[in-house]
Design a protein. Structure first.
Length: 273
């Protein structure tokens, strides 16, 4: 439904795929297939009201454009005369609110008009719910990406030796996620996609979610000085491409600075690759 609203608000104008991603799935990682599926679903839902009218135009490799006038009456006028049912249905879709049936004196009947409006509102709400369910389920399944420049990584839980290290690892992972989202083109998979009990985890993430890299880490050492290591692993081959190790002295300020250094090294390595 959000995709449809963006197209309607910009009717007659090209809306690029990037613009649609930014307005509909802001700060989310989705694939081109997600948008293509949404457009296909919209055409399927709208086809029953305007079989002979092209509503959404595809501009190859650029985006989409709503080419019909945002007016139920004007869209109806483009239909062949024999499409009476479609004309009536389009008149009910109130881009411009239709009048109710006329009473005996030629004045529209308020009660009948109100009933028609309630009927339309119920139909519209059902359509919104259906489209929302379709888009939500699609987002959980499809390959996640924003554009061709996005680097998709999966973050594995840090390996630790004791409870104290687990607390540090939890803080480190939260800071790492914040810093990765602050980069221009690195995005990570939701933790829901990572099942620690799954065999052959790396090829699974690569195949099902198009993850290009895996970031795995571990913390070891004594209470005063810890060593934090991050490995950058090729998701397709499970081979370690880069390894970064830094010492950590227990205080939050040092941890923040340490995470920033790690992310800069990761960003440099990923952009170079």
């Amino acid at each position: 439904m959000r995709v449809l609203l963006v197209l309607l608000e910009n009717h007659g104008q090209l809306v690029s795929r990037v613009e649609l991603f930014e307005q509909v799935w802001k700060n989310q990682i989705v694939s081109d297939d997600t948008l293509t599926r949404c457009i296909s679903d919209l055409r399927g839902q709208l086809g029953q009201y305007a079989e002979q009218v092209k509503l959404i135009e595809t501009i190859p490799k650029r985006g989409y454009r709503w080419i019909a006038e945002v007016s139920g009456q004007q869209i109806t006028n483009q239909l062949p005369p024999n499409q009476q049912k479609i004309q009536q249905d389009l008149a009910d879709i109130e881009f411009i609110q239709p009048l109710g049936p006329a009473s005996d004196n030629g004045v529209p009947s308020p009660s009948k008009s109100k009933r028609q409006w309630k009927h339309f509102a119920m139909w519209l709400m059902s359509g919104i719910i259906l489209l929302s369910l379709l888009s939500t389920s699609t987002l959980w399944i499809v390959n996640q990406m924003v554009d061709s420049d996005t680097v998709r990584v999966a973050l594995l839980p840090m390996q630790t030796q004791n409870k104290q290290q687990q607390a540090i690892a939890s803080n480190f992972e939260d800071l790492l996620k914040e810093q990765l989202l602050a980069t221009e083109n690195i995005r990570f998979l939701s933790s829901r996609t990572i099942d620690g009990n799954r065999q052959n985890l790396y090829p699974y993430l690569s195949r099902e979610f198009a993850a290009e890299w895996i970031i795995e880490g571990r913390i070891r050492g004594n209470q005063e000085t810890l060593k934090i290591t991050l490995n950058l692993v090729d998701a397709r081959t499970a081979l370690v491409s880069r390894s970064f190790t830094r010492n950590y002295v227990s205080n939050q300020t040092t941890l923040n600075k340490l995470v920033v250094k790690f992310v800069k090294e990761l960003e440099s390595s990923l952009n170079r690759d």
